[in-house]
Design a protein around this ligand. Sequence first.
Ligand code: GAR
Length: 190
Amino acid sequence: MTQIALFSSGNGTNAENIAKYFDKNTQIEVSLLVSNDQNAYVHQRAKALNIPSYSFSKNEIMEGSQLLRLLSDYSIDYIILAGFLLKVPDTLLEKYPNRIINIHPALLPKYGGKGMYGDRVHKKVIEMGDTKSGITIHYVNDKYDEGEIIFQSSCDILPQDTYEDVSKKVHKLEYAHFPRVIENVILGNR
Ligand code: GAR
């Protein structure tokens, strides 16, 4: 059984969607949720799904030792960043080479980098008058949003769309593709 840990900083709809997708899967199990915010709503989702969830401060995450111990206690093989807004520390990258996967709510290399997350990305897409946006699923390296791209999918943006509309379309793509892409990577069928 491959064990995965989900990292989420906020609402956690992707985390919940992934956990539900792998519920009863015989090869892949979501065994842990990690957040950098103890008040994040994702903890309530984890509780309802019977997934143990933990919080670490930004400093604890950057320092890494407690987090690495926790991941090792749960025999974690892959880390999935599902709306996780902090940079992944080098200690974690070294321990999990090509085993940390992120989803970004835009078509990278557009609108990536530090400070580009969630609605900020969608607002920028509207501001720039783009006619398409989408999702990018990629391996995590030591630079924000620059790891090797695994999968992208796009959606149209209509002239009247607000950033909320774009957010809805992008979330829809995330729910449809992210779990399956994770499964394919883990099972080696890319
Ligand atoms: C998702 O749209 C995800 O792509 C984005 O945060 C949202 C979290 O939503 N991630 C980033 O912006 C990372 N740079 P959720 O908490 O409802 O899953």
